[in-house]
Design a protein around this ligand. Structure first.
Ligand SMILES: [Fe+2]
Length: 238
């Protein structure tokens, strides 16, 4: 189990590096996808930007992109510090993610995207920079404009999925029916990916056996995640 500020680093055969860490009191999981040759560092939902910045600096790297799964405050926590450190960093999120409805105060963080994705629910678009290619899947329900990312051996689920459960849908801007569709689509998508890839949850919560792993394999999630195996989700496969 990763300690706060500890990084798991995997160098893939294609040279892309995956850095994973856990930060903050809400046990947020952060993933960075790095193309060292082209000096591209894309961080998903950076929580503590100063720790990220300093750790990368030791390797002569610097964040170039922030990719947001959604804009709940615990996921955008590191935004202002990152902008202070790197004013020209690219900031990406889905066009629907800046929720303007009642109840946004306190729940959503203010983020100025420099670029947005506009794909419809349960459709994926490619995001490429240098040798990095990630698939961005619009997966609303927990929050408007929620997306997941997959590629280079990982599926970063944000708050769509944790290792054993799925994200709550009782918050302002949540949509339980959209979440059900997103979970059905996720089950199909995950079934099509290499089963040994890692599913990185938005938060590190307990697994089915009471342990608290940082991630599980896609195979393990498909076998045992309670939400992915709920009748309401699996019924479309009958
Ligand atoms: Fe969230």
């Amino acid at each position: 189990m990763l300690r706060r500020g500890e990084f798991d680093i995997e160098v893939r055969k294609d040279g892309i590096e995956i850095w994973i860490t856990q930060m903050g009191d809400f046990m947020n999981m952060n993933t960075a996808v790095i193309d060292r040759v082209n000096k591209i560092v894309a961080i998903i939902d950076p929580f503590d930007s100063e720790i990220w910045f300093n750790e990368l600096k030791k390797e002569d790297l610097c964040p170039t992109h922030i990719l947001y799964t959604h804009t709940h405050r615990d996921h955008t926590w590191g935004y202002s510090k990152m902008i202070e450190l790197i004013p020209d960093i690219e900031v990406w999120g889905h066009g629907d993610a800046n929720f303007k409805g009642t109840g946004r105060e306190g729940l959503f963080g203010k983020v100025d995207f420099t670029s947005t994705w506009k794909n419809s629910p349960n459709n994926s678009v490619e995001w490429s920079e240098g040798k990095i290619t990630l698939h961005v899947t619009h997966s609303p329900g927990h929050a408007p404009g929620h997306v997941t990312f997959h590629g280079h051996g990982i599926y970063h689920a944000g708050d769509l999925l944790f290792t054993a459960h799925s994200g709550r849908v009782d918050l302002p801007g949540s949509d339980p029916m959209a979440q059900l569709d997103s979970l059905k689509h996720a089950r199909k998508l995950l079934s099509s990916l290499p089963q040994e890839w890692r599913l990185i949850p938005g938060h590190r919560y307990d697994w089915i056996d009471g342990t608290t792993p940082d991630w599980v394999t896609i195979e393990e999630a498909l076998d045992s995640n309670f939400s992915l195996n709920d009748d309401s989700v699996t019924s479309s496969f009958v």
